[in-house]
Structure formats: C-alpha cells, structure tokens
Design a protein around this ligand. Structure first.
Ligand SMILES: [Zn+2]
Length: 246
C-alpha cells in the first residue's frame, strides 16, 4: 500500500514550483511523516515572489522566505529555496541537474511533486524538472558531486491549479498532521486573505473530503507515475528473480 511505503520512508522530498505549493500538496503528510521520524524537505523552486499586488518581488521574496521558514518549523521539516525566477521556471536539463544534485544529496525514498496537468506553466515545469531530476539522479554513469540515487516512489500531489486529468489514485491518512498544517499555512500572508482564492477553506475541505473516502478524518490524494516510467526511467522495482520456487 502506498501509505505504508510513504510512512516507512526515512527521507521524503517534496518539490513545489512556488513556496506554498509544497505545503498544500503534501503539508499534512509531511507533518505526520516528520512526527514519525522521517527527514522531510520542501524544495521551493522559486519563492513565488511575483504574487503580491503591492510589494515589489525583492521584498515579497524576503517575506516569503521568512514565511516558508516559519511554516517548515511548524511542520517539523526542513525547507530549501532553489532561487529560480517565479513565472519563468526553465524546464531544461541544466535546471533538472540542480534537482538531481539535491536528490542525490538527500537520498529520499519518496519524492512528491506537482501533477503535470496544470494551467500554470511553472507547475508543469516543476513536474517535468522533478521527473528529469530523478532520471539524472538514477544514472550511475552521470558523475556529479554525490553518488547516484534512485528513489523508490514518485507521487504527484493534489493542487487546485493542477486539475487537468488528475486522478486521486491513492489516499493517504493525514489526520494527525492536519492541525500542524493549518497553523503552518497561516504563516503565509497568502493564506490570510492576500489572495482572492480561499486557500485554507479549499484545502481544509479537500482533505476532509478525501478523508471521508479514506475512512479517516483527513486524507491527501496522490497520483502515481506510470508503470512504464517506473520500470524504465525510475528503476523503482527491485530486480525480479528469474524462475519460480527460489
Ligand atoms: Zn504555484
């Protein structure tokens, strides 16, 4: 079961296009995993610094870095900023190699990122960069600062902007992480009325809805990578023994 695999992981990496994305696609899950002893890292590809109606990007970037740090502390996790430019995330190999380096350094068993079916170009880029970063990380012939590493599981989280073709294939119980998540996201001005979109209402209701279907108070939904990608690029499945009875 996916849930058992997620919570058995010692290291989990969540890649979000903008600070606040990782928090909504895997925040409650991260709080549960961290409380159970996992090392969880949120990697923000950009801070989403173009998203304030009044502040210039430099000032909003500094504000969001502080907000992300306080949110991570409430979840009991680490956060990093790759420092890419909001609205201009480059979906290229050079940037994917930066993700490769983080994956090789942190050696996560589980990686979570955006679903590719998004109206937002940065979210599509984040999904692509994460998959390509894993592909590069797994390549033993690619020499970088750290040794090759292959995660065991890649999941795509649920985000209101990434709803094109998203299927909630797996539901993970996050009941014990909801309280920490609710406090963590309110560290962001974005969750306190800056945006016209009611983030906290939407995600609180969504996690409860998924929980109703999971049979728990709260749950988060995830889609899995295709079998062919896992088998070919990800190499996640352990080698199959040839022959029976051995
Ligand atoms: Zn975003």
């Amino acid at each position: 079961m996916i849930e058992d695999k997620v919570y058995a992981a010692r290291s989990i990496l969540v890649v979000g296009a903008h600070a606040f994305d990782a928090e909504v696609i895997a925040g409650p899950l991260a709080a549960v995993a961290a409380a159970r002893g996992a090392a969880v890292t949120f990697l923000h590809l950009s801070m989403g610094e173009q998203g304030h109606p009044c502040l210039i990007p430099e000032h909003y970037c500094a504000q969001k870095e502080e907000e992300a740090g306080r949110a991570a502390a409430r979840l009991g996790i680490a956060s990093r900023n790759l420092g890419l430019r909001d609205a201009f995330l480059p979906a290229d190999d050079e940037t994917a190699l930066k993700l490769c380096d983080v994956i090789r350094e942190l050696r996560p068993e589980v990686v979570i990122t955006h679903w590719h079916g998004s109206w937002h170009k940065d979210h599509r880029a984040a999904a692509h960069l994460t998959q390509t970063g894993i592909f590069f990380s797994a390549l033993p012939t690619l020499k970088r600062g750290h040794a090759a590493h292959t995660p065991q599981l890649l999941l795509f989280g649920e985000n209101w902007e990434d709803d094109e073709g998203f299927k909630p294939e797996h539901l993970v119980d996050v009941s014990d992480g909801f309280g920490a998540w609710a406090e963590a996201v309110r560290e962001y001005e974005l969750a306190r009325g800056l945006s016209s979109f009611p983030y906290v209402d939407y995600y609180s209701a969504l996690y409860r809805l998924r929980g109703c279907l999971r049979g728990t108070q709260y749950a988060q939904a995830f889609a899995a990578a295709s079998h062919s990608w896992n088998a070919g690029s990800g190499l996640f499945a352990p080698p199959v023994r040839q022959g029976l009875g051995r």
